[in-house]
Design a protein around this ligand. Structure first.
Ligand SMILES: CSC[C@H]1O[C@H](OP(=O)(O)O)[C@H](O)[C@@H]1O
Length: 346
């Protein structure tokens, strides 16, 4: 994809403003860590790996802000800042993972001067970003093994280059299948309420020349029933150690329909999305977002302001509904507790 999700040039974090895509290509630039937090919480940048990378750069921006204070104050303020950054959005584990990786850097170099710590934080953030693209290409190549040459694929939300440092996870599988010469077709759910499918996945697939059809979320069941879909591949925001997977709201519903009509349901995600500290999906915090996302579209009111709204941004697909989890180290099959622990021993 031509546009970069996130870049860091001359001490400034540069993000394509995904709230405005595909109609406007506007960049959000900042050197301020509080603005980095805002960029994550207001979904200027979104997608589990992408918010992890932005979280890592935002830790660096905080360190630069505190670069000239007393060292003890520096560690104290950095601890508070890391807590704030980790809380910008609660569901995608990649954010907490990236902040923890940066905290390990601060600990490792705690006896060095603050400028040296800052330098190492920036290096680590750059490394996380660079590694992400490699990881996504590996996910794409493993996932491509599962795609028949004339497959029709359904995807939900955006797990593409715009949800990562580039290439994408679920869309990475689609990209790899397309680039390997397979005659694949894609149906993309628009994905209410933030319309990541209509605005971001459609944008990526059109730009890549991958044959794609945009549908409203409620069309998917009929296509699956009528055998128009060969498989579903989606991303993930947090995977429990038993394989239960949190992803964009609507994923669980798709998984039930896929199970009923016996089509494969694949999750494509980096290993950093697996949360080894939780046993099952019941422990995953599901972000609830503002009611205006449901009562308004692009600022235009479509429902009475007085109406109550329930707006969970994610749901949890139980492991028993998942055919396989495609990672950068290989494809995991049920029972996921076993396959995940075997993978980690590799
Ligand atoms: C490659 S992870 C993408 C993942 O993140 C999306 O959520 P959001 O747009 O709210 O950050 C969605 O769950 C995607 O599957």
């Amino acid at each position: 994809m031509k546009i970069k999700t996130v870049d860091f040039i001359n001490e400034e974090m540069i993000l394509i403003d995904q709230r405005k895509l595909p109609v406007e290509k506007v960049f959000f630039k900042t050197k301020n860590y509080k603005e980095g937090i805002f960029a994550i919480s207001d979904m200027i940048v979104r997608g589990a790996p992408a918010i992890g990378i932005v979280g890592a750069y935002t830790v660096y921006l905080a360190a630069k802000e505190f670069e000239n204070i007393d060292k003890n104050d520096f560690f104290y303020k950095m601890n508070l800042a890391c807590k704030e950054i980790s809380k910008a959005r609660p569901t995608a584990v990649n954010l907490m993972w990236a902040v923890k990786e940066q905290k390990k850097i601060i600990k490792k170099y705690e006896n060095q001067d603050i400028s040296f710590i800052c330098k190492k934080l920036l290096e680590n953030a750059n490394e996380i970003k660079k590694e992400d693209i490699k990881i996504n290409k590996n996910i794409g190549n493993y996932g491509n093994e599962l795609i028949d040459k004339n497959a029709t694929i359904l995807t939900h939300c955006n797990a593409g280059a715009l949800a990562t440092a580039g290439y994408g996870t679920a869309i990475g599988v689609i990209r790899s299948a397309h680039l390997s010469g397979k005659n694949i077709k894609v149906f993309a759910d628009e994905t209410r309420p933030r319309l990541q499918g209509a605005r971001l996945t459609a944008f990526e697939l059109v730009e890549e020349g991958i044959p794609a059809t945009l549908i409203s979320d409620s069309v998917a069941a009929t296509l699956i029933r009528d055998k128009k879909i060969d498989l579903i591949v989606v991303g993930a925001d947090r995977i429990a150690s038993n394989g239960d997977t949190a992803n964009k709201i609507g994923t669980y519903m798709l998984s039930e329909i896929a199970k009923k009509f016996e089509i494969p349901m694949y999750i494509a995600a980096p290993i950093s999305t697996i949360d080894f500290d939780i046993k099952n999906g019941k422990e995953i915090i599901i972000e609830e977002r503002d009611k205006s996302e449901i009562t308004h579209i692009k600022g235009v009111q479509i429902a009475p302001k007085e109406i109550d709204v329930y707006n969970p941004a994610f749901d949890v697909t139980p492991a028993e509904n998942i055919t396989a989890i495609i990672t950068e180290k290989g494809i995991l099959y049920p029972p996921f507790e076993e396959s995940i622990s075997k993978l980690m021993k590799k």
